[in-house]
Each structure stands twice: as C-alpha cells, then as structure tokens.
Design a protein around this ligand. Structure first.
Ligand SMILES: NC(=O)c1ccc[n+]([C@@H]2O[C@H](COP(=O)([O-])OP(=O)(O)OC[C@H]3O[C@@H](n4cnc5c(N)ncnc54)[C@H](OP(=O)(O)O)[C@@H]3O)[C@@H](O)[C@H]2O)c1
Length: 286
C-alpha cells in the first residue's frame, strides 16, 4: 500500500529533493509557500485535514539566518508559530510529524561532536526560533521526529558549493573561514535519510541527521576544488575576519548517534554527498 507524505516548503532545497527522491511505497503531496502559508493556522488545519497524510515532513522555514536577526517577529511567526500550526494539524489526523531543525540550537562551545541530549543554547534569532519549534512539535504530537541537520546544499537556490565553483572559475584567490566546524549535508542524502526514518520509525524523539564526518568551510572549499579539478589559491581566515549579523556556532558538528544506535546511521560521508551533487550538476553552470 502506498503511503502519503505531505511536504511543506516544497519548493525549497530539501522540499525539491523529497520529491525527486521519493522511494517506492510513498507518494508526495508537495505544498510550496504559495499553496500553503504555514502562518495561516486555519488554512493549515483545513489542508492537512483534507489530505489526511500518513506523514508530514515540515521543511518550510525562514532560513536566511542573517535576515532573521532584523526580522525577529517574522522569524518567530514562521519558524515557531508556523511549526506549531503544522504540528497541531498533523496531530489531529495522527500523521507522523517530521520536523527539520538545526545545529544553531547549540552554542558551539562543546569539545567534540554534539549528541542529541546535549544542552542547547542558541546564539541567534534563527537558532532560538528553531528551538521553540522543536518544543512545539514535542508537546503537540504523539508520533514525531525532530531531525537536526546542517550545512545543507542541493539543486535550487544559492549554496556554498556553487558559490565556490563560480568564484574559483573566475580565477580569484579566495579566503575561507577555517574556525567553524560542521558537517556538509547533501540535500539528496538528507531526503533519503528522512524516508529511512519514516520507513523504519525509530520512535518519537530528537535525532541528528547530517552528512558523515566533519570539516571546516575552508577544508570543504578545498575538497570542492579537488573534486572539480579547479586550481584555486585558497587560504584560511577566521570568523572575525568575515563578520556576519547572525553568530554561528564555532563547533556545529553533530553525531547521528541516536540513529546509529537504533536503525543505523543512514548518512554517507560528506565527501560522497559532494561527489553526488557535482555529478548531478556538472553540466549546469553554477
Ligand atoms: N539549509 C540549511 O543549511 C539548513 C540547515 C539546518 C536546518 N535546515 C532546516 O531544514 C529545513 C529545510 O531547509 P531548506 O534548506 O530546504 O531551506 P529553503 O531552501 O530556504 O526552503 C525553505 C522553504 O520554506 C518556505 N517558506 C518560508 N516561509 C514560509 C511560510 N510562511 N509558509 C510556507 N513556506 C514557507 C520557503 O519559501 P520561499 O522560498 O517562497 O520563501 C522555502 O521554499 C528548514 O526547516 C531549515 O530550517 C536547513
């Protein structure tokens, strides 16, 4: 029997991959912002009640983290209240609610990778809004999973890989931040991991779901140039030399520990994700 998964934020980076990589046994009901604005509580209720999906993957969010610092009310309305709307509507039809969260819920001071139960301490408006959203899901739903991911890239929208390819192709020498640590995550692998969670249901809870391994933006850039055979002069710099409005966790590395211990870690190494993304997009100009 085919099960149905309703996807919010369907035109975003992850939303597209959830459609592109939908496995056998699932049908996607995609809702972009133009079809379903998650801040409209009544509409969210009506749409989810009418669709009666088996699962909801909530991929809609305000993700421009620097803009979140000045658009505070908008950020909380979309990321917190919007998520509460989706969670309540999913609970009303007893759908499995899958919510995407972020390493920005952590303050980045831990030595070593973050595990699911480590204390949170968001530094930014985006991080706080996503933490409130996690709590809204936990308190509203009977069957739920909060999946924390990070450094996501994929076709559609701007991303670090395309930016590096473009700048590298222009022959410029580059400086890239080398004191922020994280796990690059190819959106296609993230979508596969989400379907695995839906299929094998490890139980309600918070799970980390990022590309395997860890790196810095500088090392990530070097790997992009290695895999694309671009000869680029790239040197490391510090976060202080490249200030941004939203503070980033210096260490955002998350281990997919709870999945490792339950159904097995579904995420390939981050270098594999890059390989797959580049092979998908090699003929497209970045
Ligand atoms: N990208 C990352 O590095 C990253 C890292 C950690 C966690 N996440 C989380 O992963 C999820 C998917 O992110 P993504 O990378 O796919 O981001 P994305 O490409 O920015 O997609 C988010 C989508 O949400 C939509 N949206 C914004 N406000 C909305 C509203 N009020 N109602 C309905 N839809 C709305 C956006 O539509 P418009 O384009 O029309 O604004 C966009 O299509 C999000 O929960 C995000 O917080 C992402």
């Amino acid at each position: 029997m085919t099960r149905r998964v309703l996807v919010t934020g369907a035109s975003g980076i992850l939303g597209r991959q959830l459609q592109a990589r939908c496995p056998q046994g699932w049908t996607v009901l995609p809702f972009a912002r133009s079809e379903l604005d998650i801040t409209d509580r009544q509409r969210v209720r009506e749409v989810i009640a009418a669709a009666k999906p088996d699962a909801v993957v909530h991929a809609a969010a305000m993700t421009r983290v620097d803009d979140c610092e000045k658009e505070v009310d908008h950020t909380f309305r979309v990321n917190w209240i919007g998520t509460q709307n989706v969670a309540e509507a999913a609970a009303a039809v007893d759908a499995h609610m899958v919510h995407l969260s972020t390493d920005y819920v952590f303050d980045g001071t831990k030595v070593g990778p973050y595990l699911e139960e480590d204390p949170t301490g968001p530094l930014s408006v985006y991080g706080r809004s996503k933490l409130f959203a996690e709590r809204a899901v936990q308190s509203s739903c009977r069957r739920w999973a909060v999946l924390r991911t990070q450094w996501v890239y994929g076709p559609g929208g701007t991303n670090f890989v395309d930016t590096m390819r473009r700048l590298g192709g222009e022959g410029k020498s580059l400086q890239v931040v080398d004191d922020q640590h994280g796990c690059p995550t190819f959106a296609g692998h993230l979508a596969d991991g989400i379907y695995r969670v839906l299929d094998e249901d490890p139980g309600s809870g918070i799970y980390h779901l990022s590309g395997g391994g860890a790196t810095t933006w500088f090392q990530f850039a070097r790997e992009i140039f290695r895999q694309t055979s671009l000869e680029v002069e790239v040197s490391p710099c510090s976060t202080e030399q490249f200030p941004r409005p939203a503070p980033r966790p210096a260490n955002g590395v998350m281990r997919n520990y709870r999945l490792e211990l339950s159904i097995g870690d579904p995420m390939p190494a981050w270098q594999k994700g890059l390989e797959e993304y580049l092979s998908l997009t090699q003929h497209a100009s970045p």
